[in-house]
Design a protein around this ligand. Structure first.
Ligand SMILES: NC(=O)c1ccc[n+]([C@@H]2O[C@H](COP(=O)([O-])OP(=O)(O)OC[C@H]3O[C@@H](n4cnc5c(N)ncnc54)[C@H](O)[C@@H]3O)[C@@H](O)[C@H]2O)c1
Length: 255
């Protein structure tokens, strides 16, 4: 028996990185999983690699989370192809880092659109099904950057907004049996952080070693670290927890 037997989970931006790690964990624990990402082929390829068990299924859906019609179509497909919707993780993300004076309007709009509007559209579409069945788990992805981070005026604002969004949905949706929480990761080794290293002209291992040195546990995080916490928040063991943001950062925000 897995904790997610008979449950359907949707994870956005899950063709790789943290999202794929979470999708893997949910599948290992019995869920049927829909991987949503911009490119349908990449999403389907990732779904094909998930360790589904028993009667569970995995599908990949191409969807831009910042586009309402695309989101509505994706959620409709999840419900028709997987037979329901119980868990949503709003994980899709992009960075367009720059100091304020160099940040373009496009850099600002894209980051807001993917993180904030994406979480809004997906949560709105998903809650219609969750409220009707009086059961649901929504997990948003914030960041330690929410506390402020040089060169990330757009991203840190969006990730701070995600925490406010999480509190508000927690208040609104609790009576419908829906828990809404957020995870704020610290440095997690993925293609996103590798791309940041490349942009700064630092090799990946040096960049990771620097990040490891800036937290008390002296290592970087991996998608599995986020997946373990996501599994707890998606499970019935967290049914008295809502509106919270849990920092999963090796204690980096303590220093
Ligand atoms: N890696 C870290 O250190 C770290 C730290 C804190 C927070 N986060 C957050 O965790 C989440 C996942 O990060 P990651 O490191 O795995 O990144 P990643 O770049 O490896 O993966 C992000 C995925 O999101 C997808 N995506 C982007 N825009 C999309 C859109 N409009 N619609 C659908 N999918 C879209 C991408 O195609 C990609 O597959 C993001 O929200 C990120 O901001 C990451």
């Amino acid at each position: 028996m897995g904790r997610f037997d008979g449950r359907v989970a949707v994870i956005t931006g899950a063709a790789r990185g943290i999202g794929f790690g979470v999708a893997t964990r949910f599948a290992e624990e019995g869920a049927s999983v829909a991987i949503i990402d911009l490119d349908e082929q990449a999403a389907s390829d990732a779904a094909g690699k998930l360790p589904v068990i028993g009667d569970a299924k995995a599908i990949g859906i191409g969807c831009n989370v910042g586009d309402g019609a695309s989101v509505d179509a994706a959620i409709a497909r999840v419900v028709s192809e997987l037979g329901g919707l119980h868990i949503l993780m709003n994980n899709a993300g992009v960075t367009r880092d720059n100091l304020l004076f160099k940040m373009t309007e496009e850099d600002w709009d894209l980051v807001m659109n993917v993180h904030l509007k994406g979480a809004f559209l997906m949560s709105k579409a998903a809650q219609a099904h969750m409220s009707a069945q009086k059961y649901g788990k929504i997990i948003n992805v914030s960041s330690t950057s929410a506390t402020g981070n040089r060169g990330q005026a757009n991203y840190s604002t969006a990730k701070g907004g995600i925490q406010s969004f999480t509190k508000t949905l927690g208040i609104e949706l609790g009576k419908f049996g829906i828990n809404v929480n957020a995870i704020a990761p610290g440095f997690i080794a993925t293609e996103m952080t590798d791309a940041t290293a490349a942009r700064l002209g630092v090799d990946v291992e040096t960049f990771r070693a620097g990040a490891a040195d800036r937290n008390p546990v002296k290592r970087v995080g991996f998608p599995e670290d986020i997946a373990a916490v996501a599994a707890f928040l998606a499970s019935d063991e967290s049914s008295y927890v809502t509106g919270q943001t849990l920092y999963v950062d090796g204690g980096a925000t303590l220093l």
